[in-house]
Design a protein around this ligand. Structure first.
Ligand code: ZN
Ligand code: ZN
Length: 144
């Protein structure tokens, strides 16, 4: 399922949530999944109605359609805690999750196809590179 298009983005570009969508769409889908005893994310049959998730990974993945923190946790898990740029495996706190196409360039904020796990040095390098590319595209920024 694609996340709704409108998201709240903090000035630092990091705090993303779709609270309104969560409280309408997300909560409803969760309730339906419990009623039908099917995992809300992967549709696998569930043994009880106590939870709508078959696994931690499905909980992260489902909540990540609405909340950045969960999306981030899920993407690191999906990428096996390995930087997709240099292939180094690291602890979660040494990793970051990057928007492949930046939000400012029109990339989707909470779309798993636009998210990748990166280590800090690679992330810094990539950000510097895209700043450079943007400058090259738009010309030098006017001096203050
Ligand atoms: Zn599942
Ligand atoms: Zn790296």
């Amino acid at each position: 399922m694609a996340a709704p298009a409108s998201v709240t983005v903090a000035p630092n570009g990091r705090l993303l949530r779709l609270s309104a969508a969560w409280f309408s769409d997300g909560v409803r889908r969760r309730a339906e999944a419990r009623r039908d005893r099917r995992c809300v994310e992967c549709q696998r049959p569930l043994p009880t109605r106590r939870t709508p998730y078959c696994s931690r990974a499905c909980r992260w993945k489902f909540q990540g359609h609405y909340f950045w923190e969960a999306a981030r946790t899920y993407v690191m898990y999906r990428d096996r805690y390995t930087c997709r740029l240099c292939g180094t495996r690291r602890r979660a706190r040494e990793l970051e999750v990057d928007h492949i196409t930046e939000i400012g360039d029109g990339g989707a904020a909470l779309e798993y196809s636009n998210l990748q796990t990166v280590c800090r040095p690679c992330h810094r390098r990539k950000s510097a590179e895209s700043r450079r590319l943007r400058r090259a595209r738009t010309g030098p920024s006017p001096s203050p």
